[in-house]
Design a protein around this ligand. Structure first.
Ligand code: FES
Ligand code: MG
Length: 571
């Protein structure tokens, strides 16, 4: 092992080295500061992020592993984002969490880091931070909750809420039964057990090479998670010895494999913005088109809610990500390495499928061509996404009259109005929900359908929005429209009554309007007054600097890496 980064603080006999060591001693072994790797445990445990509340126990196992391998474990509390509580949307704070973790890793005497995340934004923000500070880093995903069941059938996190609440509005489920299902849905520690964003990002992080292969998807209450955490603590020490930093093993090939995995698991559309942002930190040229090119012909092999039937506990039992990737071995880039130093594909030889209902074979996929389709057109010049596997086949090619809403409040105020001029063929358009407009790009694109249409039995409609949607949601939803209305995108020019054409096969989303008429239009005042205009604080910084969804919605000045050097002393 060469000289450790932490030796810049601890080595020598001078006054400064004294200061750095003396305050850190407090019972740690006397040789702690002479050549032993200092391993931060970036821990997003928080009572207000219930999906991550158990990570203190995971951290304790990591500590044991670090000590055992000769390192010194140091817990670093990280900004924690709970998807269900944090307003106006956890996404507004993802870049702030990433910036805070990046700066604290750089500012402190740290040689490597174990990243503990779970709930949606936590793994992405930790990986963005680790990429920009470029110290050896490895993720332990906190793992999903156990399966929920209600009235004899599986009840998945998020997906069940959307489904049951529509049933209440349609009059087929009582309020009382609805409320009673709460504790059936959330019955253990861990993150959402559907193939929502948390599950997706844990698995995608493994496909990317940042998790010990085979670990992602281990349920949060499973002892094997603690075993893996212990092992990962040891590995972090080895990674420092080998100088295995993100810049040394994360390449375009890693992202290629992540996109294949994202498609095969039927993963969340949110993974697109997160992967673009992580790649941006690494200086890797990744574009929206890579997602369509690499992912859109990949079969969906995993039958998990929201696209399918099962939940993460079933997925883990059935063989997990490695079993999925083994089926798709020829689509993977064999060059891509992992945190262990070995290529991802070297883990696929012994990765059988144990339950062919949950994980399908290549020969019998759940959906022949999955992935995420990237649409363009005069309504989304820089791109928009749709997840065809979660959409209704009969709507993938559709022309309908727009019913436009200028904000989510406008939507809620009018959607259930019996006089609203809307039918099953209408296209619901919601704007002002992009990164700048809301701000933070909330998960509102899967707008609830008008009550009067639900009562007629309508269960899906084409929806178009510049926001995101929950990874647990489903429907024919065109989202992440870029540029967003608040950034001057043409979505801000649509008027109720205009015709919108969606053609997923042709990858088009268009407003049926002559180019000169579109060019003449300006957004009306009701539209623009809805856009966020914060006076101060993070929100102001965010609105002034956030990039659009098609490049990852990072802040412009956070793209790239500053490395781990800090030139100046503190005293
Ligand atoms: Fe935390 Fe779904 S709310 S993972
Ligand atoms: Mg704590």
């Amino acid at each position: 092992m060469g000289t450790l980064r932490s030796a810049q603080w601890y080595a020598g006999q001078d006054r400064n080295a004294y200061l750095h060591r003396a305050w850190m001693r407090r019972g740690v072994p006397s040789d702690a500061f002479t050549g032993r790797p200092q391993i931060a445990i970036a821990n997003t445990a928080s009572d207000l992020t219930p999906c991550n509340a158990h990570l203190d126990e995971v951290a304790a196992s990591v500590r044991n592993g670090v000590y055992e391998a000769g390192g010194i474990p140091l817990e670093l509390p990280a900004v924690s984002l709970g998807e269900t509580n944090v307003r106006p949307t956890a996404m507004l704070w993802r870049n702030m969490a990433a910036m805070a973790t990046e700066e604290m890793l750089r500012a402190n005497p740290i040689d490597g880091v174990v990243l503990l995340g779970g709930c949606d934004k936590t793994i992405p923000s930790l990986l963005m931070a680790a990429a920009s500070v470029d110290l050896p880093a490895v993720v332990v995903p906190g793992g999903p909750m156990l399966n929920g069941t209600f009235r004899g059938s599986l009840l998945g996190c998020g997906t069940g809420v959307w489904r049951l609440s529509e049933e209440v509005r349609a009059g087929t489920l009582s309020q009382e039964q609805f409320v009673r299902s709460e504790s059936s849905m959330i019955r253990s520690r861990g993150h959402c057990n559907t193939m929502g964003t948390a599950s997706t990002m844990a698995l995608v992080a493994e496909a990317l090479g940042t998790v010990v292969p085979g670990v992602a998807g281990t349920p949060a209450p499973d002892s094997r998670l603690l075993e893996a955490a212990h092992h990962t603590g040891r590995l972090a020490v080895d990674m420092v010895g080998a100088d295995r930093r993100p810049a040394t093993f994360l390449t375009k090939a890693s992202f290629h494999n992540a996109i294949v995995a994202l498609a095969a698991i039927g993963g969340s559309t949110n993974a697109v913005v997160h992967l673009l942002a992580i790649a941006g930190r690494l200086g890797i040229e990744l574009t929206l088109d890579d997602f369509d090119r690499v992912g859109s012909r990949v079969p969906v092999l995993v039958d998990l809610q929201p696209a399918g039937r099962f939940l993460m506990e079933d997925f883990h039992r059935a063989g997990g990500l490695l079993a999925v990737l083994r089926e798709l071995r020829d689509l993977l880039d064999p060059e891509a390495l992992t945190v262990t130093g070995e290529p991802l594909i070297s883990y696929l030889d012994d990765a059988p499928i144990w339950d062919g209902e949950v994980i399908r074979t290549r020969a019998e996929p759940l959906v022949a061509e999955g992935g995420i389709a990237v649409l363009r057109g005069n309504l989304a010049p820089d791109g928009a996404l749709i997840k065809p596997a979660a959409a209704s086949p009969h709507l993938l090619r559709h022309r309908g009259r727009a019913v436009v809403f200028d904000s989510i409040e406008d939507f809620h105020a009018r959607i259930d109005d019996p006089d609203l001029d809307v039918d099953a063929d209408s296209v619901l358009v919601l704007r002002g929900c992009g990164p700048k407009g809301y701000p933070g790009m909330p998960e509102v694109s899967n707008m609830p359908l008008p009550e009067k249409l639900l009562k007629q039995g309508v269960r899906d409609m084409v929806r178009v929005c510049d926001g995101r949607m929950s990874g647990t949601a489903y429907g024919t939803v065109v989202l992440h429209v870029a540029p967003e209305a608040a950034a001057g995108g043409p979505l801000g020019l649509v008027r109720t009554g205009d015709f919108v054409t969606l053609d997923v096969e042709a990858r088009r989303i268009d407003l049926d309007l002559p180019a000169d008429e579109l060019a003449r239009r300006t957004p009306n005042q009701a539209t623009t007054t809805g856009f966020a205009n914060p006076a101060r604080g993070w929100e102001r910084l965010y609105v002034d600097h956030v990039l659009q969804a098609d490049t990852g919605a990072d802040l412009d000045f956070l793209v790239g890496s500053s490395g781990s050097d800090v030139g100046r002393e503190s005293h």
